[in-house]
Design a protein around this ligand. Structure first.
Ligand SMILES: *Cc1c(COP(=O)(O)O)cnc(C)c1O
Length: 375
């Protein structure tokens, strides 16, 4: 079977290999069979291995998109009469604050500008003044802008103040190397369609077993999205409590085999090549960055709309889309931006091909090249 190859430059789902796509086509199976449980066990072990966790860490799998992990960690890991601190400099941490609000959880939304790193002095001061903070939360690669947050430092502060540290690593996991011990992470998370380069529908949390076991006695705020309940079911039966995304799990198995075959360092080097090629292409066309280069994670480039009356993101998008390339709007409320992302099964050559089409799209829509800015 020949499948059209699209280059996705959006922040996930990512471009997948044909072997991962085809791995979904399997004989029908009831996921309660031993064969299937065996595959889930391998997945759980591999998810821990990717972030270099040992026996004190485990992975708990869920059926849902990446946001389900955020929901689960926040609602399941807060003891009674305690507070959450969200270190917030972007759209994804804002989503975490919204989750706290929906559950009615006590939380502090510690906001920083979206194009700046969080001020660690302010984080420390907040922890000192609020000894009831039991959970510190932030986003590793803030996908809305591509800024890299100092998780190791925030994690150390959380631990000094007896709080656990939960990090949304959805858009960095299995791309930029993570080590749960060195990065002071108690819980991190991702879903299969991003760094793993598989399909949507499977999300997972990697975290400290001892904390999950302790959380058995924490207030129960959700049924479907409770971390301990799912963990306990996995430990007893090797299965998800409710129906798993069967075909996505087959694709994930194949994607993990390809991940380990490529290797952590080589994969990160490939994403870096793609990222550099994106920067080179944008710079040649005169585009400006939102985030200082040295603060970028190396996976998402946020570019500012040019001040050209002919610039029309939708038109440029449609021109590229028709030719197999997907670009994506930004997630910043104050500035008009678009994003080009370096995840997925793509390489430098795909970016060079993209920029030929992108340049034509600009010319086709009457945008002056190199692009112009008022200041
Ligand atoms: C993609 C992403 C998520 C999850 O988004 P879904 O649309 O629910 O898959 C969460 N956090 C970050 C940082 C992400 O990049």
């Amino acid at each position: 079977m020949k499948i059209k190859r699209n280059i996705l430059l959006n922040p996930g789902p990512s471009t997948t290999t044909d072997s991962v796509k085809m791995a979904q086509v399997v004989p029908d199976i009831c996921p309660r069979e031993k064969e299937f449980a065996g595959m889930m066990k391998g997945l759980r072990e591999d998810f821990v291995k990717i972030v270099h966790g040992k026996e004190d860490y485990t992975a708990v799998l869920f059926c849902g998109s990446g946001t389900i992990n955020m929901d689960i960690c926040l609602n399941s890991l807060l003891p009674a009469n305690k507070k959450i601190l969200v270190v917030n400099n972007g759209a994804y941490s804002t989503r975490a604050a919204e989750i706290c609000e929906y559950y009615g959880l006590p939380f502090i939304d510690l906001k920083f500008p979206i194009d700046e790193l969080p001020d660690l002095g302010v984080v420390e001061k907040t922890l000192k003044e609020n000894p009831d903070i039991a959970l510190v939360y932030t986003t590793h690669n803030e996908t809305g802008t591509g800024i890299l947050n100092p998780i190791k430092e925030i994690g150390a502060l959380a631990h000094e103040h007896n709080a656990i540290f939960v990090v949304d690593t959805t858009s960095s996991y299995a791309m930029r190397p993570i080590n749960v011990y060195e990065d002071n992470i108690d819980f991190c998370m991702a879903s299969a369609q991003k760094g793993i380069m598989a399909m949507t529908g499977l999300s997972f949390i990697v975290g400290k077993k001892s904390i999950i076991e302790e959380s058995k006695n924490y207030p129960k705020r959700s049924y479907y999205c409770n971390l301990y309940l799912q963990y306990e079911f996995f430990e007893k039966t090797g299965e998800m409590h409710f129906t798993p995304p069967v075909q996505t799990i087959y694709a994930t198995r194949q994607a993990l085999d390809e991940y380990f075959k490529e290797g952590e360092a080589k994969k990160w080097a490939r994403h870096t090549r793609v990222f550099e090629a994106i920067h080179k292409g944008l710079a040649e066309l005169g585009f400006k960055n939102v985030i200082k280069r040295e603060w970028q994670t190396g996976l998402v480039v946020s570019a500012i709309y040019p001040d050209d009356p002919n610039w029309d993101f939708e038109k440029v998008h449609d021109y590229c889309y028709e030719r197999g390339f997907t670009i994506y709007p930004g997630k910043i409320s104050t500035t008009n931006t678009f994003r080009l992302c370096a995840l997925g099964a793509i390489d430098e050559k795909d970016i060079q091909d993209f920029f030929k089409v992108f340049k034509k799209a600009l010319e086709h829509t009457g945008v002056t090249v190199p692009v112009i800015y008022k200041d």
